[in-house]
Design a protein around this ligand. Structure first.
Ligand SMILES: [Zn+2]
Ligand SMILES: [Zn+2]
Length: 150
């Protein structure tokens, strides 16, 4: 698209999605959603608050936290199964998997065609209605593994 920067595209995507899900459009809400779309590190509410505060110095943690949970409820964000500690959020809704570093708590996205084709066990599928299947790998990221070796 000529003349429209990537940032502007992301911004209009934010507004469009919020409208579609009947959110009242406020600059703060747009900023929170926008922040998530720009983040690759699966931030917690606190991390988002910290980032959005640079633009909206008066925004409260509560507003950020509440907005993130509303967005997740409407399916615009995903809450990442991140184990103990604060909830982490992900705006990448396309199927992907996570590697979680136990040391620095980094969450890294990866794709895997083999995982995509893993079937739900027969005895589970018979008993339950499964909405989501998630695979999370845990360990040490390359930086932490390197530090451990030193
Ligand atoms: Zn690490
Ligand atoms: Zn992710």
């Amino acid at each position: 698209m000529k003349g429209i920067s990537e940032l502007e595209q992301t911004l209009s995507f934010c507004r469009e999605k919020l409208e579609q899900h009947s959110f009242r459009i406020t600059p703060q809400r747009v900023a929170i959603f926008f922040c998530l779309l720009q983040s690759k590190d699966h931030p917690s509410a606190e991390m988002v608050h910290h980032r959005v505060k640079k633009e909206f110095s008066n925004i409260s943690f509560d507003t950020v936290n509440r907005t993130l949970h509303c967005l997740a409820e409407k399916g615009l964000l995903r809450v990442v199964e991140s184990g103990p500690g604060p909830r982490r959020f992900d705006a990448q809704l396309k199927k992907h998997y996570h590697f979680r570093c136990c040391n620095c708590k980094k969450i890294i996205d990866f794709d895997c065609a083999e995982y995509d084709s893993i079937k739900i066990p027969e005895h589970i599928a018979r008993k339950f209605k499964v909405f989501r299947q998630d695979i999370v790998l845990e360990g040490l990221c390359s930086e932490c593994a390197l530090k451990k070796r030193e």
